[in-house]
Design a protein around this ligand. Structure first.
Ligand code: DX5
Ligand code: ZN
Length: 239
């Protein structure tokens, strides 16, 4: 099975005075979706967007809108984010006391579900509840702690990507393996070589006005890396 490479644009690093335009540029540049970090000031030390960002962007954007819930108690907000029009909800596994129920609830609502794992956390919840792997659409290895764009890349990310690939293969399931945090020109080669196919990039797309060019730069680097990489974890070019 091949997993097409996807570039997801994390709007946290965009110009907050110009969000719609910047999201539209990311769509035009070929980003697969818009990644929205929802923060509550508890789980991570920041605030970002609220639920209303989803319908507001939906009026202008056709690509999927992903709600990455970097909040405590995500279970109580799932229906709000579904009703708002999220195309996928990603929860942080350490915020869910009963992860299988959380994932089943999202899937029952008819949208995609993902799980994020922080740098200091392992795969124990997935190993204890392997049925989750059949339900999720995306597993995100967090290369930074939730809260801010522009943080340094955690080196634990690479062996975790490799482990996630082994898990996926062993169970013959098909979720995307993503990396969130510090995805950019300096890290993409090792991330792609390790086997991830879903790259969530904030600063490296939105830190200047050249959003379309920046996505192209990341895509060109992915293509170059894939061309040089042996077929350990086969992936196709972009969707
Ligand atoms: C961190 C967020 C990331 C963030 C990544 O809380 O989950 O999505 O936007 O930003 P960069 O790409 O700048 O590290
Ligand atoms: Zn995120």
């Amino acid at each position: 099975m091949e997993f097409p490479i996807k570039i997801s644009s994390s709007l946290l690093s965009a110009d907050f005075g110009n969000l719609t335009y910047e999201a539209m540029q990311a769509e035009k540049g070929g980003g697969c979706d818009i990644h929205l970090d929802i923060m509550d000031g508890h789980y991570c030390h920041n605030f970002s967007f609220g639920i209303d960002i989803i319908p507001a962007l939906k009026k202008h954007i056709k690509i999927p809108l992903i709600a990455h819930l970097e909040i405590d108690n995500p279970d109580i907000f799932i229906d709000d984010f579904v009703l708002a029009g999220s195309d996928m909800i990603v929860v942080q596994e350490d915020t869910c006391p009963h992860l299988p129920i959380t994932i089943a609830t999202v899937k029952k609502r008819g949208i995609k579900a993902g799980i994020g794992i922080n740098p200091d956390r392992g795969f124990e919840k997935l190993e204890a509840n392997p049925e989750i792997l059949e339900q999720i659409d995306l597993l995100i290895i967090m290369a930074v702690y939730p809260g801010f764009g522009g943080q340094p890349f955690s080196p634990v990310t690479i062996p975790k990507i490799e482990k996630a690939c082994r898990m996926r293969k062993h169970r013959n399931v098909h979720f995307d393996i993503g990396v969130d945090g510090a995805v950019g020109p300096h890290t993409i080669p090792e991330i792609v070589k390790a086997g991830a196919n879903y790259l969530i990039a904030g600063s490296s797309i939105f830190n200047d006005d050249n959003i379309i060019d920046n996505i192209k730069t990341l895509k060109d680097l992915v293509k170059k890396t894939l061309a040089e990489t042996t077929v350990k974890n086969p992936r196709k070019d972009f969707v």
